[in-house]
Design a protein around this ligand. Structure first.
Ligand SMILES: [Zn+2]
Ligand SMILES: [Zn+2]
Length: 334
């Protein structure tokens, strides 16, 4: 007899206030060649999920199960490296072709035919999920399921953003927006002895930034009193990107940690970009980013602030994320 399990399904993208995700019973997935079956212990909620369910990222898989920060226990398709009962993480990059120009040049984050977890294949807003064995990562023991979940995209891609911005030890770094990803990035920056400046909307976000060691906090597009070496923007807003650019010294870099932006407004080249300032986007992640970040997270005892929701309340969880009502990260416990 077919075993049914619970999952949140996106039949049609809609504004989150219309509850586009429906809780349903679906057949328990069966792992194919090279795949592992995971019992989902927790699944982080990411702003990208919101862009998918609201239709800003187009053409998701039909009847999609979103969610790409999966903490899972291996319960099927085990291998020598991924033993039965082991706890592993699955992230946004669910697979690459391994053969395109980018894969052959150490840039698998830019693969021409990638698989994205919870977008082009089913993700972790469910009791069970399948994932490619070679795209799973062992998780630090020190963190329980709930606290490990946000490391898997918010953490890894925040870490990649710092790399893309070219952050060096001891530099002045601005974080524009202070949600799940930024509240993990600040811990990495503090471990690198950087001075961190945080511009964000929301008094509670500013408070959290201060308590995590920011030397200065301000409003969403407010400029620190000193010039920054690097900045990372997290808000899906082009105005914030321009504000970050305006805060840089000559030669400084802004990395945009957002898969979708409302727009890039017109800005003054002579004043804002001249002087070899750079704007760079951050696209996806490589497995090396994931491994390096997870090792560092274990070493510095990174401990995210996470609010949990049951699977039944997944629409509410996404709505809270959209309205910036939660501090830190959000995760579903199915
Ligand atoms: Zn490729
Ligand atoms: Zn994500």
């Amino acid at each position: 007899m077919e075993v049914l399990v619970r999952a949140a399904i996106l039949a049609e993208p809609k504004e989150i206030s219309h509850s586009p995700l429906k809780l349903m019973e679906v057949p328990k997935p069966v792992p194919g060649d090279g795949q592992v079956l995971l019992r989902v212990c927790a699944c982080g909620v990411c702003r990208t999920d919101l862009h998918i369910v609201e239709g800003e990222l187009q053409h998701p898989r039909a009847n999609l199960i979103p969610g790409h920060q999966i903490v899972g226990e291996v319960v099927g398709g085990a291998t020598a490296q991924l033993r039965l009962g082991m706890r592993v993480g699955s992230s946004w990059i669910g697979g690459t072709d391994g053969s395109c120009w980018y894969c052959r040049h150490d840039q698998e984050n830019l693969c021409d035919s990638p698989t994205f977890t919870g977008y082009t294949v089913h993700g972790g807003y469910a009791q069970y999920a399948i994932a490619r064995a070679d795209f799973l990562f062992p998780l630090p023991d020190a963190l329980d399921d709930l606290h490990a979940a946000p490391l898997l995209c918010a953490g890894i891609i925040g870490f990649r953003s710092l790399r893309v911005a070219g952050v060096q030890r001891g530099e002045r770094v601005g974080l524009f927006g202070f949600g799940a990803s930024a509240h993990l990035a600040i811990a990495v920056l503090r471990a690198w002895e950087c001075e961190v400046y945080v511009s964000t909307r929301g008094a509670s976000h500013r408070q959290l930034a201060e308590s995590l060691g920011a030397v200065w906090v301000g409003e969403a597009t407010e400029k620190p009193l000193v010039e920054l070496d690097r900045a990372v923007t997290f808000a899906p807003s082009g105005n914030v990107v321009v504000a970050a650019l305006a805060s840089l010294r000559k030669g400084g870099v802004v990395a945009i940690n957002a898969i979708h932006l409302d727009r890039i407004p017109e800005f003054d080249y002579d004043r804002l970009l001249w002087g070899e300032r750079q704007i760079r986007s951050v696209a996806n992640m490589t497995r090396a980013d994931a491994r390096d970040f997870l090792n560092l997270a274990a070493k510095i005892n990174l401990h995210p602030k996470v609010t949990s929701y049951p699977l039944d309340h997944v629409n509410a969880a996404l709505a809270e994320l959209k309205s910036d009502k939660v501090d830190g990260a959000v995760a579903i416990i199915p």
